[in-house]
Design a binder for this molecule. Sequence first.
Ligand code: SF4
Length: 101
Amino acid sequence: MTTRRHFMMQLTAGSSILLAGQSLAQTPKLNENDPQANALGYKANNAMVDAKKYPAHAAGQACKNCQLYQGVATDVMGSCPLYSGKQVAGAGWCSAYSKKV
Ligand code: SF4
């Protein structure tokens, strides 16, 4: 028999799971024109990095193989602690890149 208290606990747990899922899906993409992104030369497509301004950028470097990337290599988007509340592109790059070991 389901008590009112038990029902409310189930409802609360279900709502928390739903909210967690919504917040992940609704996390906005990092805009290249964001002041911090712009300061670090972030590009959503690493092929568009300005080679003259960022000569340290090398072919094959991308967020998906950076130590700071919070996703896995196959994720199209993932979190980066440098840009809290935003998602960076797996194919992206910024000058804080650090190769995952
Ligand atoms: Fe991408 Fe790494 Fe720069 Fe974060 S620090 S935006 S994961 S290259």
